[in-house]
Design a protein around this ligand. Sequence first.
Ligand code: NAD
Length: 487
Amino acid sequence: MQRFQCYIDGEFGDGEARFESIDPATGRAWAEMPEAREADVDRAVEAAHKALYAGAWPKLTATQRGKLLYKLADLVTANAQKLAELETRDTGKIIRETSAQIAYVADYYRYYAGIADKIEGAHLPIDKPDMDVWLRREPIGVVAMVVPWNSQLFLSAVKIGPALAAGCTMVVKASEDGPAPLLEFAGLVHEADFPAGVVNVITGFGPSCGAALSRHPKVDHIAFTGGPETARHVVRNSAENLASTSLELGGKSPFIVFADADLESAANAQVAGIFAATGQSCVAGSRLVVERGVKDRFLEILKAKAEAVRLGSPLDMATEVGPLATRRQREHIEALIARSLAAGAKVVTGASAPEGDGFYYRPTILDCDGGRSPALEEEFFGPVLSVASFENEAEALAIANDTRYGLAAGLFTRDLTRAHRLMKGIRAGIVWVNTYRAVSPIAPFGGFGLSGHGREGGMAAVLDYTRTKTVWLRTSDDPIPDPFVMR
Ligand code: NAD
């Protein structure tokens, strides 16, 4: 069995305990992971704290930080295939997607490498003649980064990249499900020559590792991606250290199709939105909201596409849908489908697991038209599409916004003015018009409502990893006048 280690203070080592990682394609253990508990977490945070204030890191210029990030990006490019294979093995995400995604992860590091020396402060036009006042942008401090199991290299790059550009130090907690690629990535941080303690990578379980990390007194900011329930724990933990938080949570994103849309193209986007990554994507377009007049035709196209999907080994380049990441995830999907069927949903296709090993589940479409259904409200985080229909634009918008989440939305129409109206009316952090699931380091990403707050990607993300310091400098040589009057 392959063994992985934690990376703390520039050194690789075993955690306080170990646990086995399961290959979702077979359901059998394939690797041993280090389990960090409270003492490891403490060492990692202390190392990050020390590296923030002493040693080489705080002395580097922003340009030098950027150069280290470029080096890291090149190492990610050079090792993309290996990282992709590890992610596929440990999470079941298909190799077709992990190879493309990890090659792109390198571009995220490049983007933030370029930004490192463009984080500018300000000189204020202060209302006092004998004062010069500046705003400096300084690193927010020690950042705890907690990520879920899907796309760990991607979800950590959107945190590590801007945090390093801003000059922060960090402890990255890989998910206990599928941590292999992130633990391997730590080796690239080491090779890139970041000073010890700047980036620490650990893994472990939520209550023992994640909780200890998010309430640690020396953590200044928590960047969390995961589900809303866990986010509540994290926010409660932050009451201990009063760290600021950014939360990237789940979604129940509407995918709105009008009758005038190119239905074939919209169907391909819908397949990308719900079956790609086996639906284990926070931005999954999991609620199809389709104009009634074309509902049957659109479902016919979609059903044919869903049934033609190649389910198979995630390591095979021809596979389109691999297994779910964990047995628990499949059980959650089965239970939510059962509740939805009991509430009146009808199976258009799927809703069953194929025979054999591994945590596979067939691409599924549930028609939930005409009533409330758990399938339209709760996140499956799997390849399950729930369908509702509308008569007019107002109804489409009402259904789209009938959710406590607000991460993403897809809008398919050829009517430009309608697209503009709806794009403004939809309550979500990302609206894709006539496309779906497009991302870029240049474009901010994040949600409204239960989907969280804070933005990843773009310049805004870097500023979230800084805090301002106001510096007052008196330019007069005269003695300070009346000390009892505020100046
Ligand atoms: P999760 O919330 O169960 O776990 C996420 C992380 O939190 C894991 O590393 C886990 O160990 C840790 N954790 C668990 N309990 C904790 C605690 N008490 N204190 C601190 N940390 C704790 O999420 P998951 O099931 O691994 O992932 C699926 C969820 O993530 C879905 O809801 C999905 O939509 C969401 N997600 C969101 C985005 C986004 O960018 N918005 C991206 C991917 C996934």
